[in-house]
Design a protein around this ligand. Structure first.
Ligand code: QAP
Ligand code: CO
Length: 177
């Protein structure tokens, strides 16, 4: 069991466009297991490979109450979108911030599962929003990109300050704490 480090906004690596996965092997399945472990430990409902600095088109989601409905998407593509819906979103890469984002209400997504088999899923509600949020990560996009520059810059400053404070703490000798 491995918990991976999650990149935090405004880390530039989160802007990398992920590339398609060509082979689904045991190495990749180990990565998928680590991503589920990382997401459940957070806890979160969705995690894209980009967030753990692995720039391949892979994401894991579990929006169930009991945390017993793991969904893994490899090379996901949205083939249909319908309606609009506003939902409050958060992100493990933007800890502590939650804002309303407008997205398609219902979607159809096509992807490969971890056996390499193609599946298609039509869904709405939280799962549909989460799928759109995670695919955005694979394209280097974050939910804060939908906010006003003012809101986004405030979030950036606060997270940059927190990052500096924790880096400072780490480098300080214990005797001065
Ligand atoms: C994306 O986000 C999502 O700020 C998944 O301190 C979220 O799992 C899609 C989390 C909401 C749709 C609606 C965020 C955990 C988890 C935080 C997450 C935090 C701790 C976010
Ligand atoms: Co996110």
């Amino acid at each position: 069991m491995a918990i991976l480090d999650i990149l935090c906004f405004p880390d530039k690596r989160l802007r990398t466009k992920a590339t398609d996965i060509q082979t689904i092997d045991d190495d990749l399945r180990l990565m998928i297991t680590d991503m589920f472990d990382t997401m459940y430990a957070a806890p979160g409902i969705g995690l894209a490979a980009s967030q753990v600095n692995f720039h391949k088109r892979l994401m894991v989601i579990d929006v169930s109450e009991e945390k017993n409905q793991p969904l893994c998407f490899i090379n996901p593509v949205i083939t249909h979108k319908e309606g609009v819906e506003v939902m409050q979103e958060g992100c493990l890469s933007v800890p502590g911030f939650y804002e309303n984002v407008e997205r398609a209400e219902s979607i159809t997504v096509k992807a490969l599962d971890k056996q390499g088999d193609t599946f298609e899923l039509t869904t709405d509600g939280l799962l549909a929003v989460c799928i759109q949020h995670e695919i955005d990560h694979l394209d280097g996009k974050l939910f804060v990109d939908y906010l006003s520059p003012l809101k986004r810059n405030r979030i950036r400053s606060k997270l940059e300050r927190q990052e500096k404070e924790s880096a400072n703490l780490k480098s300080r000798p214990a005797s001065t704490l």
